[in-house]
Design a protein around this ligand. Structure first.
Ligand SMILES: CC(=O)SCCNC(=O)CCNC(=O)[C@H](O)C(C)(C)COP(=O)(O)OP(=O)(O)OC[C@H]1O[C@@H](n2cnc3c(N)ncnc32)[C@H](O)[C@@H]1OP(=O)(O)O
Ligand SMILES: O=C([O-])CC(=O)C(=O)O
Length: 444
């Protein structure tokens, strides 16, 4: 079998490689972006804005706005008022306005009411097929839920909104129960299936369902709430949201669309980077003797880039961004929390090592690869650190991203359905000259 595959692979390599210069010649933007990170304009949106260049094309520190409100103001205000904000920001992103106190209460009650799975669903679907790949389990369960929905393929806005709210409410259950199944059947731990509490927020319910004793502190839940808010939405062009637009444009149903978005998200260059970054930082910690020695850290980062260390893929996870240059504003917000948590938990030494990595890695990548814009750490450099301090297992890092980003996917799916009504279908130029068909006996 191996030999046959090697033979086929050789043929593929011979017939599939396209000379690099062709991309320039045909003006194809690899990754649909300019080399400095400006994307090909593929759509318009009211949902969020990302700024990384000023009007003169100069790189600026990144700015992220949800429905025109700066993410730093959103988080700053929640913090000042010591309130949870996941539900409020879900309302803002989905409906376009900040809720009044009563509107927020009604929305929270609606989500709480919807936060329930069909009878026996957990036993027959979640527990029956345990896997460490929780995103796969979520996709599988989502597609199974479609068969319970008599209006699964109805793509009217009202129905899509109803389906989206069901998925938003139930993603935490699908993720946490899938982890509990894996932890029990594959890791030998006791099995806990705690029901969510209708009076609690999304962040509180996640910790309640995860922990054997259902207990958590208010600070822990508020830190998780902020992490979720920061991951909720990032424009129409990020890989999983663009997938949502593409798949929605074919007219398919909500379940299939979100399963596609989940599949995109788990890739290690996108949402899957949070697990990779956490594992990489552990690996760096194990392989560095002196945390103070910048030369030793730098040499190890070169080894990672050179595919000689960690997962041998040549990527330093949690660093770099497709469109941000000088900074990812979410990283900045996160860092303040991480610094405080590290101090509280006595992890200052580890935090200082990671800080050195964030300082050295961008320079190392710039020296090693051809880069046209400033490289800086992204949101997921520190998310693993925060989740670890909260006692959240690594298998749930990317699922937590999905629990948050389902809001952005839903808002973008609805925006696509309202405004576009046109199948997305870009062009691929064939660079292969035509050939005369050879009869089977003439082939060499
Ligand atoms: C929530 C999120 O999705 S945020 C992103 C999470 N992903 C990661 O953290 C994975 C590590 N980072 C990366 O792989 C990249 O920075 C990406 C995928 C996020 C962006 O990639 P690009 O748009 O190609 O970035 P950019 O144009 O700045 O990169 C220039 C060069 O530096 C390389 N580069 C950028 N970041 C890294 C990195 N962290 N490690 C190694 N090489 C890198 C790119 O591969 C590219 O090399 P190439 O021209 O040989 O292909
Ligand atoms: O915008 C991107 O390309 C990736 C990202 O940061 C996100 O989806 O949050």
């Amino acid at each position: 079998m191996k030999q046959i595959l090697e033979k086929y692979q050789k043929k593929i390599m011979k017939n599939s490689v396209i000379p690099t210069e062709f991309y320039q010649q045909y003006d194809v933007k690899k990754g649909l972006r300019d080399i400095n990170g400006k994307g090909v304009l593929a759509g318009l949106t009211n949902i969020s804005a990302i700024h990384s260049f000023d009007t003169n094309g100069k790189q600026i520190p990144g700015i992220l706005e949800y429905r025109a409100y700066n993410i730093k103001d959103i988080v700053g205000n929640l913090r000042a008022e010591n309130r949870f904000g996941f539900e409020e920001n879900a309302y803002l992103l989905l409906f376009g306005e900040l809720p009044t106190r009563n509107e927020l209460k009604d929305f929270q009650e609606l989500l709480a009411k919807k936060r329930t799975l069909p009878e026996y669903f957990v036993r027959e679907n979640v527990l029956a097929n345990p896997t460490s790949d929780i995103i796969n389990s979520m996709s599988r369960c989502l597609l199974t839920l479609a068969s319970y929905d008599p209006k699964a393929s109805d793509i009217s806005i009202e129905n899509v909104l109803d389906q989206s709210l069901n998925i938003i409410a139930n993603f935490p259950l699908l993720a946490i129960y899938a982890y509990q199944a894996y932890n029990h059947y594959r890791q030998g731990a006791s099995l806990y299936i705690h029901y969510p509490d209708t009076k609690l927020t999304t962040a509180e319910n996640i910790l309640r369902m995860l922990r054997p004793d259902k207990k958590y502190t208010d600070t822990e839940a508020k830190v998780l709430d902020i992490a979720l808010i920061l991951h909720m939405e990032h424009g129409g062009g990020n890989n999983s949201t663009f997938t949502t637009h593409v798949v929605t444009s074919s007219g398919t149903d909500t379940y299939a669309t979100i399963a596609a978005a989940l599949s995109s998200l788990k890739g290690p260059k996108h949402g899957g980077a949070n697990i990779k970054a956490a594992k990489m930082l552990e690996n760096i910690k194990e392989n560095i003797q002196n945390y103070e020695d910048e030369e030793e850290i730098e040499a190890y980062l070169y080894k990672i880039l050179n595919k000689e260390a960690f997962d041998c893929q040549g990527l330093i996870y949690g660093i770099g961004h497709a469109i941000y240059s000088v900074s990812d504003p979410r990283f900045e917000v996160f860092k303040a929390y991480v610094a405080a948590l590290a101090k509280e938990k006595g992890l200052e030494e580890e935090f200082e090592l990671y800080e050195k990595v964030t300082k050295l890695a961008p320079q190392v990548i710039t020296n090693y690869r051809k880069t046209y814009k400033t490289i800086s750490p992204n949101i997921d450099f520190y998310s693993g650190f925060v989740y670890r301090v909260l006692g959240i297992p690594q298998e749930l890092y990317t699922p937590l991203f999905a629990i948050a980003r389902i809001i952005g996917w839903s808002a973008h799916r609805i925006e696509e359905l309202i405004n576009m009504n046109k199948i997305i279908r870009p062009a691929y130029e064939s660079v292969l000259p035509s050939k005369t068909y050879e009869k089977i006996e003439e082939r060499k």
